[in-house]
Design a protein around this ligand. Structure first.
Ligand SMILES: NC(=O)c1ccc[n+]([C@@H]2O[C@H](COP(=O)([O-])OP(=O)(O)OC[C@H]3O[C@@H](n4cnc5c(N)ncnc54)[C@H](O)[C@@H]3O)[C@@H](O)[C@H]2O)c1
Length: 347
């Protein structure tokens, strides 16, 4: 099988924790090169993943003719410049979310890559989780009836770390909502096949001392009319995380727990009923048993890399196009605006 030769910019963070281990399992990809700013870190990562080359600056990696595609997992502040440079060198790009600091800059990256004729995807790998794939199928089959309500949450523990790029707006573009809420909104939109029409948010720094929000909530109406709630927190201990995704319709509900996560796993409970039933004053809730949805777990990062490599090799549609990250970011930015302008009632 033909394998895409990948280069990795910012190889020492999530790339090392998740994406490169996933890439190693992909049938149609191999790691050609890595780049980290510290030469020892870069060389250690090269050796760890059996890559051919280690670099300490982006241009050197990008000018290597043996590299066909790049995975950009550097801090967000570098995304725009590095993605445009990658496009200049004709490399296809998997660009981590958010793809740039703002919607405007993200749009610039998309248009630039189009002009240069390179493919551009983003890192919403949770779409590939086996339970999320199953949930999307159940919605598409109409098993849930009319979708009326959704809820998703992603949390972690992220205390003050001096110098951390994620904790200042200028280098991250936002806090918990921009970093983690984006996955939640993307999953709800992807699974329901319906996009945000109206949104309002609240964002505040409740626990820690940094500039970006450690607590965010977003209320969204989808085009299909469903009302959704998204929560993103940097101030809930990892051991207490739930990672819940809930979809409710007129014929049933789906509750996934632990699936909004970096590892494929968790559980899914589906309750299906009938929307032709009459009103039941007793509100009897014991008439249905949860349905066991059988899936085979894999590695979301492997699937993400295989999917984009397949788009490069076989010119198939990009499954997670960068446009989707910009659309999600537009909604998150609107949450920041409604929050800072206090566009809600105060009691
Ligand atoms: N999809 C996911 O599962 C997921 C998870 C975490 C992070 N992310 C995204 O990945 C990106 C990186 O996040 P992270 O958690 O890995 O951050 P991180 O800080 O842990 O890692 C970033 C790495 O980039 C390196 N770096 C610093 N300056 C650089 C430069 N100029 N050029 C290249 N590399 C540079 C750092 O040394 C560090 O090793 C962000 O966009 C983040 O939102 C995605």
């Amino acid at each position: 099988m033909r394998k895409v030769n990948w280069g990795v910019l910012g190889a020492g963070g999530i790339a090392d924790r998740r994406t490169m281990p996933g890439m190693m399992l992909a049938g149609n990809a191999r790691i050609r090169s890595v780049m980290e700013i510290d030469p020892d870190v870069s060389e250690n990562l090269r050796a760890k993943y059996g890559a051919d080359k280690a670099f300490t600056n982006a241009r050197d990696l990008l000018s290597d003719p043996g590299t066909e595609a790049v995975y950009i997992a550097s801090p967000v502040v570098f995304h725009k410049e590095q993605a445009m440079m990658a496009a200049d060198y004709g490399k296809h790009i998997l660009l981590e979310k958010p793809i740039a600091l703002t919607v405007g800059e993200g749009q610039e990256v998309i248009e630039y890559c189009k002009r240069k004729g390179v493919l551009l995807a983003t890192g919403f790998m949770m779409r590939f989780h086996a339970y999320h794939v199953a949930m999307k199928r159940l919605v598409e089959e109409g098993k849930l009836g009319q979708i009326v309500s959704c809820r998703a949450q992603l949390t972690c523990w992220y205390p003050d770390i001096p110098g951390s790029w994620r904790q200042s707006f200028a280098s991250s573009g936002g806090g918990a909502l921009m970093d983690m809420g984006v996955h939640c909104l993307d999953l709800i939109q992807h699974i329901t096949g319906s996009r945000a029409k109206r949104a309002a948010g609240m964002a505040k720094t409740l626990t820690f001392g940094y500039e970006v929000e450690d607590s965010g909530a977003l209320l969204v109406e989808l085009e299909n009319g469903a009302l959704c709630h998204i929560e993103a927190n940097f101030n809930i201990p990892d051991a207490a995380a739930r990672g819940r995704l809930e979809i409710y319709g007129t014929k049933g509900s789906m509750l996934a727990e632990g699936t909004i996560s970096q590892a494929e796993g968790g559980k899914l409970e589906v309750m299906l009923s009938d929307d032709t039933l009459g009103y039941d004053a007793a509100q009897d809730r014991n008439r249905v048993e949860p349905i066991d949805v059988k899936v085979e777990f894999g590695n979301m990062y492997t699937k993400e890399i295989e999917s984009f490599s397949n788009s490069i090799i076989n010119k198939t549609d990009i499954e997670v196009p960068a446009e989707d990250a910009v659309q999600v970011q537009r909604v998150i930015q609107s949450a920041y605006r409604t929050s800072s302008e206090e566009r809600y009632e105060r009691f």
